[in-house]
Design a protein around this ligand. Structure first.
Ligand code: 9PG
Length: 484
């Protein structure tokens, strides 16, 4: 049986929009293809169409790898990605290979595309050939049937402290911002990294002397939903958690704590979420935050729970992650919004309301040094956030696709007006709007533009890979991303 350029493997079963094949490994011929859709592992990992003739490079330095993409495949000398991949031909046709189970890797070259479930697991593959929008649309529908959906109403419009204040937050500063936001139609006021005692110790730090419940109450009084950031699957060596529970650390085959990344001035490590005491700790931690009054939770650095390592229970790593995330979602309860960040994409579907679909944005366009010389495309930049988020908008039927915040301020911002507009338009196309600008930084016309943007909910029509119609206005991201 043929499907475009390829012979379908024996046992392929026709389903809506494509075929399904149950297998550990699958290989499809794809002679003549020139492009490959690479889908990075987690929120920050790069997703884009690349030229198959591009060299395959490893991210440098190695310590950077755990937080940039799936480190298990960092040195594979072949183009590849996680969960799904696709070949593209000059005539616009696409051969998509996507997993309907966790733990899948997809690699390709100019002869074909191959998929493999890790650890010799068996699962179902979805295969489709045709125009890009149709094949990805059909795959998204199958994923929706497989994993379901949490939430689904209109995504809340959130003000987040990160891209304005970064870690320099305090009770005092945030209350000032809260006052300044009066009159702007935000649904959520989200306190990001910087409130906690340590990474692992999720209690109010010194800059929040009145405590987190008091802050939540002040936010709620304005009519906005209090939101809070935390990273429940990691810990830093300077935390009490690390000192008190070294046995909760995910370790490698020689017993060393697995490196989950380097940030906050040093290394940080992953929790082994299959440890028998983790369930109670996770539930207690998240319920405490809910009891303080926060009902929008941005859970970050989640990939750590899915890193390779030796676990207490011999569960495949993405399954260990998904089970821990399910516990977290349950602890948070259905009455609260769960935004997953730094999260393995496929393994999070159905359990979260929102999902960050790209790396961090920034009030500047490119992080060229890191990208070119360290081969790391995941450094913060507006360009990187737009590039990867754009390549993941096919996920929109499954989850609120968060492309990270847009900027309206010209103060403390190096973006050109066109670059700022591209970020604002992308959020409209993605259906998730966020901003971190301090109200005191906005010129009157910028504040007005922000208010207008928050107030609109355009009809979105896709016009190809990088083009959209937003309420009749044509928007094309090609020019601004040219060469990317
Ligand atoms: C808070 C931030 C913000 C942001 C998140 C996440 O690879 N890294 O070193 C890396 C560090 C921080 C980071 C992403 C990657 O940002 O995406 O919105 O919440 O944490 O620390």
């Amino acid at each position: 049986m043929r499907l475009g350029p390829t012979e379908l493997p024996a046992g392929a079963r026709a389903v809506a929009g494509g075929y399904e094949v149950r297998a550990t490994r699958i290989a499809l011929a794809g002679g003549g293809a020139t492009r490959f859709y690479r889908h990075g592992w987690q929120s920050w990992s790069e997703a884009r169409w690349l030229d198959l003739s591009e060299p395959v490079v490893s991210i440098e330095p190695p310590e950077r790898r755990p937080q940039a993409d799936d480190p298990a495949y960092a040195e594979v000398g072949r183009h590849g990605g996680s969960g799904v991949g696709a070949l593209g031909w000059q005539d616009g046709s696409v051969l998509l290979l996507g997993a309907l189970e966790l733990g899948a890797r997809v690699e390709a070259d100019d002869r074909g595309i191959e998929g493999c479930f890790e650890d010799e697991g068996v699962g179902v593959w979805f295969v489709a050939y045709g125009p890009e929008e149709e094949t990805f649309g059909a795959y998204a529908r199958r994923l929706g049937e497989r994993f379901g959906r949490r939430g689904g109403a209109q995504a809340p419009r959130a003000w987040s402290s990160w891209y304005g204040l970064y870690r320099s937050i305090s009770e005092h500063t945030l209350l000032e911002v809260l006052t300044g936001l009066h009159g702007l139609p935000f649904d959520v006021f989200q306190t990001d990294d910087g409130w906690q005692q340590a990474i692992g110790d999720w209690q109010a730090g010194d800059a929040f002397p009145s405590g987190m419940a008091a802050l939540a109450q002040r936010i709620a009084e304005t009519g906005m939903t209090p939101g809070l950031w935390l990273a429940p699957f990691i810990m830093r060596p300077d935390s009490r958690l690390y000192r008190d529970h070294p046995d909760w650390l995910l370790r490698d085959s020689v017993g060393e704590p697995v490196l989950a990344g380097v940030n906050w001035g040093g290394p940080f490590h992953a929790l082994d979420t299959t440890h028998p005491e983790m369930e109670a700790w996770l539930t207690e931690t998240l319920q405490r935050v809910r009891d303080w009054g926060f009902s929008f939770l941005k859970l970050d650095f989640l990939y750590a729970a899915a890193l390779p390592g030796v676990r207490h229970l011999p569960v495949p790593r993405e399954r260990a992650y998904r089970e821990a995330l399910a516990l977290a979602a349950e602890a948070i309860g259905e009455g609260a919004y769960l935004l997953a960040c730094g999260a393995p994409i496929l393994a999070s579907l159905g359990l979260v309301d929102g999902l960050r679909i790209g790396p961090d944005t920034a009030p500047y366009w490119d992080d060229e040094g890191r990208r070119r010389w360290l081969h790391d495309p995941t450094g913060p930049s507006a360009r990187g956030a737009i590039l990867t988020s754009l390549a993941r908008l096919w996920l929109r039927p499954l989850v609120d696709t968060d492309p990270d915040v847009a900027f309206f301020r010209s103060r403390y911002d190096l973006l050109t007006p066109d670059q700022r507009l591209a970020g604002q338009d992308l959020a409209l196309a993605a259906g998730v709007k966020g901003c971190s600008d301090l109200p005191s930084w906005l010129l009157p016309e910028e504040r007005e533009a922000l208010a207008g943007w928050l107030g609109q909910m355009p009809n979105v029509t896709r016009l190809g890979r990088r083009g959209f119609r937003l309420n009749g206005r044509r928007v094309d991201f090609s020019a601004i991303l040219d060469g990317a």
